[in-house]
Write a protein that binds this ligand. Structure first.
Ligand SMILES: [Zn+2]
Length: 371
């Protein structure tokens, strides 16, 4: 059972570990290999190297799906560009029609105004003729001439009345032409704005395609991401040792492993199964169990004798990656792996994709550092 007093020194160790940045991690950060959620100043924040390792492995193992998703997104975005291009064509047609309408309406107003001016002149001429006819009527001396003059006056009045009606009609036509011109001007502005918007929308859609294409082009190969994770493996182990708790582990198909390697391990088991290789194994064990194993395996000394001096190589308690859930003793079909096992051959080719490395002296022992 753990008491508060026992936990305190642990906290101090953890704080020291946070302040210290180990050389490989610093190199990885300098090379821009480590991808973090934001721009984290190296000296300010604790390097969550185990989280970085997991994130890199996750990105590596999901790289094909990410690429597929990006390609699907590009196809959708390209379809949007086609739609937007169609909208530009429609907007261009409407804009051209609006320009033609504006020209027609402008011409119609000019013509209407000219006809109105002509009607005004005609009315003035008719009024002058009427005045002349009325004067002639007053001067007429004979009955015959008075009758003819009266007829001329009546005719002149009719001409004035007709010219007045024409002028009224021309004025109405001018007002209508001006209204039509105003409508055409509004439509011209609307159509021009729509064309600007449609052009901007297509540019925006095309930019989205380019951005996604760039994301796809810059997507690192899975091997690169796994390689970046492997550079960090020793730091992951060092960090996991400071303040390790059993709650840091989880169980994958009956094997207890550190949460940070759980996804990669699960994917390895799943992918192996797809290739006809069934993997199982013993992962996490407590320090107490490690001490027991040292005794069971006949190590000359529990705490000092090298691993190789035991009947079965067994790490000194506190040094085994099993105590962190970051090493797994793998068996297949109920048998511990040997170098001739099909599972060993499969792992030799594939395990590095999942961040696992073999300890050469033990065919069954696979861990994130090979230690
Ligand atoms: Zn082992």
């Amino acid at each position: 059972m753990t008491t508060r007093q026992e936990l305190r020194p642990n906290h101090r160790i953890r704080a020291r570990a946070r302040r210290a940045i180990t050389a490989p991690l610093a190199a990885a950060l300098a090379a821009g290999l480590v991808v973090t959620a934001g721009a984290v100043p190296v000296q300010a924040a604790p390097p969550a190297v185990a989280g970085t390792w997991s994130a890199l492995m996750y990105r590596s193992l999901t790289r094909p799906q990410t690429a597929t998703t990006l390609r699907t997104t590009i196809a959708t975005q390209q379809a949007t560009v086609v739609t937007r291009t169609g909208e530009i064509a429609k907007a261009t047609t409407r804009n051209t029609a609006a320009q033609t309408g504006l020209t027609t309406a402008t011409t119609a107003v000019t013509a209407a105004r000219a006809r109105q001016t002509y009607a005004l002149t005609s009315l003035a001429t008719a009024k002058t003729a009427l005045t002349t006819a009325q004067a002639a009527q007053k001067k007429a001396k004979t009955a015959k001439k008075r009758t003819a003059a009266a007829a001329a006056t009546t005719k002149a009045k009719n001409v004035v009345a007709a010219a007045t009606r024409t002028l009224t009609a021309r004025q109405t036509q001018t007002r209508e032409a001006v209204t039509a011109l105003t409508t055409a001007q509004v439509e011209t502005r609307t159509a021009a704005a729509l064309l600007v918007n449609a052009t901007a929308a297509r540019e925006s859609a095309a930019a989205a395609v380019r951005a996604t294409q760039q994301r796809l082009a810059l997507l690192p190969p899975a091997e690169t991401l796994a390689g970046q994770a492997s550079v960090l493996s020793k730091d992951v182990v060092a960090q996991a040792r400071t303040g390790f708790a059993v709650t840091d582990t989880t169980t994958v198909y009956g094997t207890t492993v550190h949460k940070n390697v759980a996804y990669a391990f699960k994917r390895m088991v799943d992918d192996a199964k797809r290739s006809g290789i069934v993997l199982s194994g013993g992962g996490f064990r407590t320090k107490q169990r490690q001490i027991e194993l040292r005794k069971i395996n006949g190590c000359p000394d529990v705490w000092l004798a090298p691993s190789s001096s035991c009947r079965v190589p067994t790490a000194i308690p506190g040094r085994s990656l099993h105590e962190l859930g970051m090493a797994i003793d793998i068996s297949s079909g109920g048998k511990t792996l040997t170098r001739s096992s099909p599972a060993f051959k499969w792992l030799s080719v594939n395990a590095k994709k999942y961040g696992f490395v073999n300890l050469p002296s033990e065919a069954w022992h696979w861990s994130i550092t090979g230690g």
